[in-house]
Design a protein around this ligand. Structure first.
Ligand code: PSU
Ligand code: MN
Length: 304
């Protein structure tokens, strides 16, 4: 029994060495409202194809782990209700139960590595939540980055998280956090934060080289490439700060915990910004997909 089912396009790419970029599906089911979610998913796939790479959106449908979805499957997932949010802990259970599940950063990394895909583009990773000293709410995305050799391109971490603690945790776990073409660690909706990123790289070629060298050196785990949102699309940090504070307070007041926290905050911020957060989110995901495609090309060249 094969563990996963590649789409015909992904199977062909993996067989002939065409660069492939993995994409997560939680952003579709839990991160954006319908119908923007499916429109964005299609647009991001098109951005990757335009750069000569093949997109592989990953999800579990009726218990089957799909690496690459057909257009119909993408649509089905975007409209489906009661889709499970799958992190490392949930993937095998969802498959065993024959259910539908959308993969988070952690589960997408696991599936991508299984299929031999080196690069993955997303919006933002999960991290250490504010108040984690009491709640212990720390995303499994961080420990996944420490153990699974996939380069993840994201727009930094959102300020809904405790970003300094998130960076500390990544450092402890030996994860390279690489800001792209700037010194500042990007803050998701904003291109810059007041934190300096631990590392900086300016070209996809160098990022690809570091990816390949990590595995040659026998180092476990991936890399986090923090790619700033284009400044034309950003929302300044001063605008976001009070909105984030309000959304965080609302989450506490409504007793939101566990897996519900990130989706709740994203939805609340969408409401409080009257949709502007979604426009920025779309711009940054597309920007990350384009950079990931370039890195995937460079990794393919180094491996061939
Ligand atoms: N950040 C976003 N949008 C998202 C997520 C994070 O901007 O949709 C999703 C990702 O799938 C990420 C997950 O892996 O939330 C983290 O959830 P948690 O904090 O429960 O691990
Ligand atoms: Mn959590």
């Amino acid at each position: 029994m094969s563990l996963f089912t590649p789409s015909p396009e992904v199977a062909a790419a993996l067989a002939d060495g065409t660069p492939v970029v993995a994409l997560e599906s939680t952003i579709i089911t839990h991160g954006m409202p319908f119908p923007q979610n499916v429109q964005v998913a299609r647009q991001v796939e098109a951005d990757i194809r335009e750069r000569g790479a093949v997109p592989a959106t990953i999800a579990v449908l009726n218990g089957t782990l799909h690496i690459g979805l057909t257009d119909g499957q993408l649509d089905q997932l975007a409209k489906a209700e009661n889709v499970a949010k799958l992190s490392r802990a949930d993937l095998a259970v969802c498959m065993a139960q024959g259910r539908n599940g959308a993969t988070t950063v952690a589960a997408t990394m696991i599936a991508a590595h299984l299929a031999g895909i080196d690069v993955f583009a997303t919006g933002g990773i999960g991290g250490v939540h504010k108040g984690a000293e009491d709640s212990f709410d720390i995303s499994a995305d961080l420990s996944e980055l420490a153990q699974t050799p996939v380069t993840v391109v994201a727009a930094g971490a959102k300020a809904i998280l405790d970003v300094p603690k998130t960076l500390e945790m990544l450092e402890t776990n030996g994860v390279p956090v690489i800001a792209y073409q700037q010194d500042s660690f990007p803050a998701f909706w904003s291109a810059r934060s007041d934190l300096t990123a631990p590392l900086r790289m300016d070209t996809p070629t160098r990022i690809a080289k570091a990816h390949v060298l990590r595995s040659k050196l026998g180092l476990h785990g991936g890399q986090l490439v923090a790619n700033p949102i284009p400044t034309a699309d950003e929302i300044p940090t001063q605008t976001m700060a009070p909105i984030i504070a309000r959304a965080t307070a609302d989450a506490v007041e409504h007793g939101i915990t566990g897996k519900g926290v990130t989706p709740y905050l994203l939805q609340r911020i969408f409401e409080l910004t009257e949709g502007r957060s979604l426009t920025a989110n779309i711009a940054l995901v597309r920007n990350n997909a384009r950079l990931a495609a370039e890195i995937a090309h460079e990794i393919s060249a180094l491996k061939s």
